[in-house]
Design a binder for this molecule. Sequence first.
Ligand code: BGC
Length: 708
Amino acid sequence: MKKLLFLFLFPLFFLQAQQENVIENILSQLSIEEKIAMCHAQSKFTSPGIPRLGIPELWMSDGPHGIRPEINWDDWGYANWTNDYVTAFPALTCLAATFNQDLSLEYGISIGEEARYRKKDVLLGPGINIYRTPLNGRNFEYMGEDPYLASEMVVPYIQGVQKNGVAACVKHYALNNQEHWRGHINVEVSDRALHEIYLPAFKAAVMQGNAWAIMGSYNKFREQHCCHNDILLNKILKKSWGFDGVVISDWGGVHDTDQAIYNGLDIEMGTPSDKSYSKRYPYESNFLGNPFLKKIIEGKVEETLLDDKVRRILRLMLRTSLNKNRPFGSINNKQHYETAYKVASEGVVLLKNIENFLPIDKNKQIKIAVIGENAKKSMSVGGGSSELKPDKEISPLSGIQNEFKNAVIKYSKGYSSNPGDDPDDLKKEALAIVKESDVVLFIGGLNKNSFQDSEANDRKNYILPYGQPKLINEISKYNKNIAVILISGNAVKTDWKKNVKSILQTWYLGSEAGNAIASILSGKINPSGKLPFTFPKSLNDNGAHYYGKLSYPGDGATQYYKEDILVGYRWHDTKNIKPSFSFGHGLSYTSFELTEISSNKKKYSTQETIKINCTVKNTGDFEGKEVVQIYVGKVNSKVNRAEKELKGFRKVFVEMNKSEKIGIEIPVKDLSYYNEIDSNWVIEKGDYFIYVGNASNNIFEKILITIT
Ligand code: BGC
């Protein structure tokens, strides 16, 4: 066996050794000035190669759900090329909601192909900051509130991207969980919450996904900016996780030359340059430019520190721009649209559906009122750096018109994000249509405007904006047959939910948005998405907000993550606070039962793996997919622990009246907690409950096991 393993690994070691030789060879030929230049930007989205040796520059692009249009060389203006149209993939909250790792791989491959075709070497994504508050303007770019779910979903995404010889640059490392004051807020969080909640997805990205690059975040952690943070970059990322790739700063996130030199940063991007400095746009004035050079020349800093950064950059180049074997990529092709459609339609979550109101029979000759600005609004533009120029984007209204050919469809905006529009006129017009229709599809939610789901600012409050709650309630007085289609990357207050029959959470779905929504509405697709975060009833029911301003958003200088490890459903479950919709919740047009649930043993040693078996039975009238979710909770723990935590899941397709048997494995070591005193992971012995269900609040069976 050992011999076989050696034979298998030998070519890998050989290739790696060869790569390291090439790196040393190039390094030995470089002047200090050439090496310094490689450590900072030379334009908005490139960093230099070595022209003298024919080594190409590195091209980077946002990220994370499509390849951004070209930006000017030296400023933030769009370059207005006409060949940078792309497929807009669904934003990552949607990908997380699929609970489907195979789809994540397919997504990664497709977006990587588009990046490659657009000649990018580094894709600035995926984003995996944990969803701490529903107000965070960038939650839509991330993978939800659970570290296990985000870890499981991010690894295949990275592997898919990197198969193309394009680096994934995982962001924003770390604790950038709000946009408000993102450039300076100092985050104080316990080591335990750091390691159990905020770091696992990054750790998985590095150690299992082998991400080739990572982006430091804007905020501070323990008084040091995260783009040059000794604990996060040197001690954890590079030393403990063995990261051999490149740390890239967030754009303009560097503030200090010494810290940038010593604390683990490799490439500085986006720092404004001192224009009085030299002839061209003077990126050499950046912190890792001439100030770094001067310190080396004066003998104040060892050149070995520079060499470590350059070795990493050359390694990244050999994996990407210098990799002669990488494929050429492709763009806007049928497969990419198919991937976008699959992810979109598997990610949509059916939150509520009374009287089987959905699906709507598309053969019927009915009158449908489509109300709401979001029925027509493009959601690929706006939102900040993740903005896209889609080659096509099907709006929800067009999707519905294409799908329901026998219906008479009337549209009215109903509400508006434009302060110039008169709400009373809009309401009147909408109600007139509502009154004469059989069915109302209210298509609202948030959007990509500033202070909504958008970079640089947080939302100002939790409610649906632009008077939507009032409008929904008003509509319900005239027509009870309402489905609300929420387009957002965040939870919203749903105190109007009793007045509507169905609610769909549909995220930002990209190019195929309208087709996917219409397929769900007509039943062509049976919904199978599950919430990757909780919808609290009110903001104060969320752990971060419960503790007031010092916890969120902080006092202007510092914030304290007072809810500690109890983020999202961990808070709701442990404190017994019922949310509006729970983590992992998501209905289907069919019904499922989980039966024959068992563990392979009752007692396990710390080295063993727990095997949970279960039969998923489709007991309704549609074929469909269900997500079996396994949560674990310690009975009488010596330390504070959440009532239960997600430790395994599996999405399974089951035909009507059929059953599927599944097995899910959980290594006992995954039940450990982080011990702050000894800085290590501890498996507490004793009893644990294993909860098996199809949502965090819908558990079919609770099994008691013991760790000995
Ligand atoms: C964002 C990053 C993005 C970068 C480049 C920053 O403002 O925080 O996520 O990759 O800009 O556009």
